[in-house]
Design a protein around this ligand. Structure first.
Ligand code: NAD
Length: 247
């Protein structure tokens, strides 16, 4: 695996940082792309003090040109890219009737346009190369409307799952697979920061397995889907939600 390279968005903290660590553990060279460049650089340095197997790029995933710049910079640095994890996202709890047009657009920008642009830019590169893996981090909210998240976020994540299917279908003949992972609430800082403690206890009590999800496990699913022999897993939404949503 030592020659494989992955680009991970939103890798400065939270799930993206765990995904970066697990890909690095699996022998990948990892590019940590985030709008928060300093923590991304710090993690890259921690993973690889000389930058030989980890590096950081500033990216705003709401701009297609930023994906193009990251692709070009990474190709110049390491010569090839094998996988993309579209992980960057953001959510805010706002009652559906109170969501403003600006808040709606913002949620769509960071959670959905980002997936479109990542799949377009890296998907085209992978298709030209004849091989590639894309993993889109969606959410249980995109399947069931969400519980501790906003409707705008849930709608965007539902769109990300749909885009996953479209790109999976269109890119499959070129050796490129595209899958989504839909986690339920994970044991991550953002969950503890954004959900009041009493509400979080109720959320946990409602999860059939009785606990929050493991970010490490979700990261390992991403590594599995990015492997070269994962060619038959395509267009799927991988549910990791403790039994909150079954189909
Ligand atoms: N935490 C959960 O329980 C949970 C559950 C389901 C899905 N998810 C999804 O997992 C992904 C990661 O979430 P998290 O919990 O780690 O959140 P987080 O807020 O801790 O981390 C998000 C990261 O994305 C980066 N980011 C935000 N906007 C960006 C932009 N415009 N351009 C580039 N980077 C940007 C942030 O700087 C941050 O490093 C998101 O897509 C989220 O929707 C999380």
């Amino acid at each position: 695996m030592s020659d494989r390279t992955v680009l991970i968005t939103g890798a400065a903290r939270g799930l993206g940082a765990v995904v970066a660590r697990r890909f690095h553990d699996a022998g990948y060279k990892v590019a940590l792309a985030d709008i928060a460049i300093e923590p991304a650089q710090a993690l890259a340095r921690e993973l690889s003090h000389d930058g030989s197997t980890a590096c950081a790029f500033k990216i705003d995933v709401t701009f297609k040109a930023d994906f193009e710049a990251a692709r070009d910079a990474l190709l110049e640095r390491w010569g090839s890219i094998d996988a993309l994890v579209n992980n960057a996202g953001a959510s805010k709890v706002i009652p559906v009737m109170e969501i403003t047009p600006e808040q709606f657009d913002q949620a769509i920008d960071v959670n959905l346009r980002s997936v479109l642009f990542g799949c377009q830019v890296l998907g085209q590169y992978f298709a030209d190369r004849g091989t590639g893996r894309i993993v889109n981090i969606a959410s249980l909210a995109g399947q069931n409307g969400g519980s501790a998240t906003g409707a705008h976020y849930a709608a965007a994540k539902g769109g990300a799952i749909t885009l996953t299917k479209v790109f999976a279908r269109d890119l499959a003949p070129y050796g490129v697979t595209v899958n989504a992972i839909s986690p339920g609430p994970l044991d991550l800082p953002i969950v503890h920061e954004s959900v009041p403690a009493d509400k979080l206890q109720k959320v946990i009590a409602g999860i059939p397995v009785g606990k929050l999800g493991s970010a490490t496990y979700v990261a390992d699913v991403a590594v599995l889907l990015a492997s070269a022999d994962a060619y038959f897993a395509n267009g799927a939404c991988w549910d990791v939600n403790g039994g909150l949503f079954m189909r």
